[in-house]
Design a protein around this ligand. Structure first.
Ligand code: NAD
Length: 327
């Protein structure tokens, strides 16, 4: 079986591919990774010499290239995206988000349809729902995205479902909560704060730090994606969550503690525009239908993540310089 995985030089896609390549099953899929290697992607995340892996550098908007790869693919798992909310808000940043997340996804869907790809898993996000003060969103909840990032993800999510309803393409959509773990690009809150603290710098906390997020280990997200790919149903949306709900202030406290630092290392900065107060997904569907259970305890997972960043400066230092050069 040939699996085309987009965006797998990034954080979550590379974790997913590493998991599949580690499988001892004789019928484990051969994987082609398509990734543009934007500032967020790095080949250091991939085992390039693995016999079941092929890497192709390219843009998901390149219809000719995508068509050639889709012709060889049995299934597609689509992670590629512009993923950093702040960059979608600053300057003209939203343009890249629409081009990659919306036009790029439509280009892939069209290629999947034309080349009879049997299954298309679209990786969406809980941010498409907007903000919720109490309770949790079920999959049927209307989408009310707040940022240009989440609006571009909601657009691609709806396009993917439209290709199922209109054309009968076997599309499955996952909407996951906030991920943490090794190899997350050091501009996102967890690795940004860890790397700043390890370097003796302060960390920037938005507003009063009251925004609440559900945290999930990246390997648990990948477990959910694989269940949806192998056992899910066509045309269905699956929320993936079940980690730990924390305010940014609580998360900051845990990261300070894990890095042996005090609150005097925190700079309170002006809140992000349109900052959603709380995200919370109801993930009973994937639990009851596909047997999904998060396996990582948050405290242990966060401690392991801090250790990973402590031990892998050579991975994140160049990426951090790259991100700083762009801002
Ligand atoms: P990431 O930014 O670490 O990786 C994105 C990858 O996509 C990079 O390797 C980049 O080079 C590639 N890419 C970007 N534009 C491309 C293009 N035009 N063509 C080909 N490749 C391109 O992102 P991530 O955190 O790994 O997120 C992966 C997916 O999961 C995204 O779709 C994101 O919306 C979704 N998601 C992320 C989270 C989270 O907490 N990080 C939560 C839920 C859903």
């Amino acid at each position: 079986m040939n699996l085309l995985v987009t965006g797998a030089a990034g954080f979550i896609g590379s974790t997913y591919v590493r998991t599949l390549l580690a499988s001892p099953e004789p019928d484990a899929p051969r994987i082609t990774v398509l990734d543009k290697l934007t500032y967020a992607g790095t080949l250091d995340n991939l085992e390039l010499d693995h016999p079941r892996l092929e890497f192709v550098q390219g843009d998901i908007r390149d219809a000719e290239l995508v068509g050639t790869l889709a012709a060889d693919a049995d299934q597609i798992v689509h992670f590629a995206a512009e993923s950093h909310v702040d960059r979608s808000i600053a300057g003209a940043g939203a343009t890249d988000f629409v081009l990659t997340n919306v036009v790029g996804t439509q280009t892939l869907l069209e290629a999947a349809l034309r080349h009879d790809v049997e299954r298309f898993v679209h990786i969406s996000t809980d941010e498409v729902y907007g903000s919720i003060e109490e309770g949790s969103w079920p999959e049927e909840h209307p989408l009310r995205p707040s940022s240009p990032y989440s609006a571009s993800k909601a657009s691609s999510d709806l396009l993917a479902l439209a290709y199922h309803r209109t054309h009968g393409l076997d599309v499955r959509v996952t909407r996951c909560s906030n991920n943490y773990g090794p190899r997350q690009f050091p501009e996102k809150i967890v690795p940004l704060f860890i790397s700043n603290l390890l370097d003796g710098h302060n960390v920037p906390l938005y507003g009063d730090g009251g925004n609440v997020r559900d945290w999930l280990h990246v390997e648990d997200h990948c477990q959910g994606v694989e269940l949806v790919r192998t056992r899910g149903r066509a045309g269905e949306v699956y929320n993936i969550g079940g980690g730990t709900e924390l305010s940014n202030k609580d998360l900051t406290g845990l990261l300070l503690e894990a890095c042996g630092a005090d609150w005097d290392r925190v700079d309170h900065v002006t809140d992000r525009k349109g900052h959603d107060l709380r995200y919370s997904v109801d993930w009973t569907k994937i639990r009851d239908e596909l047997g999904y259970r998060p396996r990582h305890d948050f405290t242990a997972g966060l401690a392991d993540t801090v250790t990973w960043y402590r031990d892998n400066r050579a991975w994140w230092e160049p990426l951090k310089q790259r991100a700083e050069a762009l801002s």
